[in-house]
Design a protein around this ligand. Structure first.
Ligand code: NAD
Ligand code: WQD
Length: 341
């Protein structure tokens, strides 16, 4: 298949592009580089052993998008492009709604115009909102506590309505839990700009000496060690889930719109992750206990059984592998893609 990958230079997109090419697909990337580096591209190409056609523009630019769809015949779209920082989304909500919904509108219009019928969408466990039911399964109601999460709830609704209105459209809503890890080569990985919002990149930057210590947000949750539990999933397992979903939509034309959780089904605590990273890096990881972070759930992990039953996909990698691969990427690229070559 020829697949248009929006946001293909980003963290999850770059790993997925490598696996798509390995699975025999042709890939075209569109990325504005608003939250990624063009320096990722030669590394992706080195891993795939093939040039990857890449277009640098904002997916909301419908003129450029239309031109691209007119010049190339796509069999499917994987839509990663979006803004993703929960805290920032409360500071600049209009930007978040505009970017995340606007890219989806532009894609749906271009797809309709050019007869492209398959889209795999990056959703998130954040759509389960404040639910305390675990493991989280796909039939739980969706809601959010922040603008970023609402953009995901709304994009799911828009894609669902579009699929209901057009019998030719096929939509996969992939709800990621907590993506971490990096490609085993150590050449591509997560490269957040500024202070990382998420646990794993923060830990990695402490380990490599870019930050002094980790703050553990809360040790008084009702969990075995008092710190919050999350379902960390290796980005390589996540990437494989996209290839599986794409192939499933193509071989099951009866599927119009379907949500699948991509998680491991296991919860690990913040202190579990600290311990696993200390082992992976062979370094002590300084941390202090801090107040709970507003809006955090105590426990969040997936019921991944639907993806296993229907997509034949299952997460394979352990938190030890997630930490080892993150450490290889971080230690070999202490400043991310801006590290000296
Ligand atoms: P990322 O920021 O590394 O990748 C997103 C990419 O999209 C970046 O390369 C960015 O430059 C690009 N982009 C953003 N807006 C664009 C636009 N308007 N036009 C063109 N390109 C644009 O993030 P990621 O972690 O790889 O996440 C990918 C997707 O998965 C996002 O939609 C995100 O919301 C979703 N997601 C991420 C996580 C996570 O924890 N990383 C969890 C659940 C869902
Ligand atoms: C994990 C745990 C923190 C940083 C977020 C989004 C979610 C999804 C994935 C996109 C929590 C604790 C963190 C730190 C800490 N993204 N922590 N010190 O909040 O589960 O999910 O990313 O869709 O929508 O909300 O992930 O990595 O931020 O936090 O103690 O410096 O680590 O409190 O318990 P989260 P996270």
């Amino acid at each position: 298949m020829r697949v248009l990958v929006t946001g293909g230079a980003g963290y999850i997109g770059s790993h997925t592009v490598v696996q798509l090419v390995a699975a025999g697909h042709d890939v075209v990337i569109v990325d504005s580089f608003v939250n990624s580096s063009p320096k990722a591209l030669p590394r992706i190409e080195a891993l795939t052993g093939t040039p990857i056609e890449t277009h640098s523009f904002d997916v909301r630019d419908e003129d450029k998008l239309s031109l691209l769809f007119a010049e190339r015949t796509f069999d499917a779209v994987i839509h990663f492009a979006g803004l993703k920082a929960v805290g920032e989304s409360s500071e600049i909500p209009v930007e978040y709604y505009d970017n995340n919904l606007g890219t989806t509108f532009a894609l749906l219009r271009a797809m309709k115009r050019h007869g492209v019928r398959t889209i795999v969408f990056s959703s998130s466990a954040t759509v389960y909102g404040e639910t305390t039911e675990v493991p989280m399964h796909e039939e739980l109601p969706t809601s959010s506590t922040n603008p970023y999460g609402w953009t995901k709830v709304m994009q799911e609704q828009i894609l669902t309505d579009a699929a209901r209105a057009d019998e030719n459209l096929h939509v996969a809503l992939l709800r990621y839990f907590n993506p971490v890890g990096a490609h085993a080569s150590g050449t591509i990985g997560e490269d957040p700009q500024g202070i990382p919002n998420n646990l794993m990149p923060f830990i990695a930057q402490v380990a490599v000496g870019r930050r002094e210590k980790l703050q553990v947000f809360g040790d008084d949750y009702d969990t075995p060690d008092g710190t919050a539990l999350r379902d960390y999933i290796h980005v390589e397992d996540l990437a494989a889930g996209h290839v599986a979903a794409l192939e499933h939509l193509k071989t099951h034309p009866d599927v119009r719109v379907r949500a699948w959780n991509l998680g491991t089904g296991r919860g690990s605590s913040v202190l579990d992750m600290v311990a696993a990273f200390e082992t992976a890096s062979g370094r002590p990881l300084p941390y202090e206990i801090a107040a709970r972070r507003p809006g955090d759930l105590a426990v969040c992990y997936a019921d991944p059984s639907r993806a296993e039953a229907e997509l034949g996909w299952r997460a394979q990698r352990t938190i030890e592998q997630m930490c080892a691969d993150t450490w290889r990427w971080q230690s070999e690229n202490p400043q991310g893609y801006d590290s000296a070559d």
